[in-house]
Design a protein around this ligand. Structure first.
Ligand code: ADP
Ligand code: MG
Length: 387
């Protein structure tokens, strides 16, 4: 988005005065490593080239005014009462400001304009982008204390977990803050720590296709999967008379042949998915570094099959798009995000993205009578001061 246009809109909304400062925080897409983050496992997200922009201007009034262009809504937040939840979109802002208030200094009045190019609710994490743009902008414009990178990431995650009440892992905020142009982040969520992985895409592009479908049982099933993983840990500790397994990601793949037969089938499937998915993430990172895209693609397909058959979090719409990818002969595709609807990611030969997307949209419409969304994405830098 053009900074000049954003500033003009800011003035239209909040009136003339000092120039606002512009910040942006990107959305993210997870390349591989699904349902591993809450199992202390590995994930491989990129920050994408679609961002939420936040414009800030301090005022001498005792109130925070926040306007969302996407929702066409203005709301007020009382700096003396930041941590009062409202059960609306401003809770993301309140959650972050309230974390900053206890960690980094006093929150005084300011005007805050938001405009996002990230499709909201498509699994590209407009929520983390909103949190990060709020945090990065507030710290700099309000002269708050700087926080360590990981502290800031965790503060934003906490806003989403405790304040908004969404039980998500650390990946989204991590990628939106620490993402790098041209690279993915290989995050070990158990520490957490990360290494950048240079993406040698070798003539391929990353395309996200959003089913725009969101199955309502998804939330329940997500929580059920988390519980199943905990039950599996308990059972393994019990059956092998030890008490030392803390997470499924501690299981080595060589141990699976001893462990799986002693678990009920469904739990065995969940365990197998998590352990093998971690392996796939590591392999995919190596292949990406070396530009071995065909092999990355095979890992994408394998990840999808495992999520469909072993972890049982796919949906007919997601499966349809992955079957389409196979029929088109592209190297790889998979669902990305928690599942039960949401988005897919495809490795498409450079220059063919438009045609590929058009055919995918056409076939999807024929099958489901729904128009999916399509977004070519490329790995970009994390949240930043813009002007
Ligand atoms: P996702 O993160 O995949 O886009 P979520 O459901 O986690 O989906 O977050 C979407 C929510 O975040 C929206 O319903 C809204 O409350 C809030 N949000 C995100 N971006 C904006 C924005 N630009 N303006 C207002 N609210 C936003
Ligand atoms: Mg989100």
């Amino acid at each position: 988005m053009k900074t000049g246009k954003l500033k003009k809109r800011f003035t239209e909304i909040f009136g003339r005065g000092r120039e606002p400062e512009v910040y942006r925080a990107p959305g993210r897409v997870n390349l591989i490593g699904e349902h591993t983050d809450y199992n202390d496992g590995l994930v491989l997200p990129i920050a994408i080239d679609l961002s939420t922009y936040g414009l800030f201007r301090t005022t001498d009034k005792d109130k925070i005014r926040v306007y969302s262009e996407n929702l066409n809504k203005m709301e007020e937040i009382d700096p003396a009462n930041i941590s009062r939840r409202r059960d609306d979109w401003t809770d993301y802002v309140r959650g972050v400001l309230s974390g900053l208030e206890s960690r980094a200094g006093t929150i005084s009045g300011f005007d805050f304009y938001l405009n996002s190019e990230i499709p909201v609710g498509s699994g590209l994490s407009s929520s983390a982008a909103l949190e990060l743009v709020t945090a990065v902008g507030a710290i700099r414009t309000l002269n708050l204390a700087e926080l360590e990178d990981l502290d800031l990431v965790k503060l934003c995650q906490k806003a989403e977990n405790d304040f908004v009440g969404a039980n998500t892992g650390i990946m989204d905020q991590y990628a939106s803050y620490l993402g790098r142009a041209g690279a993915a982040l290989l995050i070990d969520t158990s520490e957490p720590s990360h290494r950048p992985v240079k993406l040698e895409l070798e003539g391929y592009e990353l395309l996200v296709i959003d089913t725009t479908v969101s199955h309502t049982h998804g939330n329940n099933e997500y929580n059920r999967r988390r519980r199943e993983c905990e039950t599996a840990i308990d059972e393994i500790n019990e059956k092998f008379e030890k008490d030392e397994l803390r997470s499924l990601s501690e299981i080595a793949s060589e141990e699976l042949s001893a462990i799986l037969p002693r678990l009920e089938q469904k739990l065995a499937n969940r365990v197998e998915h998590v352990v093998r998915e971690n392996e796939r993430v590591e392999e995919a990172a190596n292949c990406f570094r070396q530009g071995r895209i065909k092999e990355v693609g095979e890992l994408f397909y394998a990840s999808h099959s495992s999520l469909r058959d072993l972890y049982e979090v796919s949906s007919p719409e997601l499966d349809f798009l992955i079957e389409f990818a196979r029929a088109e002969g592209i190297p790889g595709a998979r669902m990305t995000g928690g599942g039960f609807g949401g988005s897919t990611i495809h490795l498409v030969p450079e220059g063919q993205t438009d045609d590929y997307l058009e055919r995918a949209v056409g076939e999807f419409e024929n099958e489901f009578d729904i128009t999916p969304g399509g977004f070519p994405v490329s790995p970009s830098d994390g949240a930043k001061f813009q002007n």
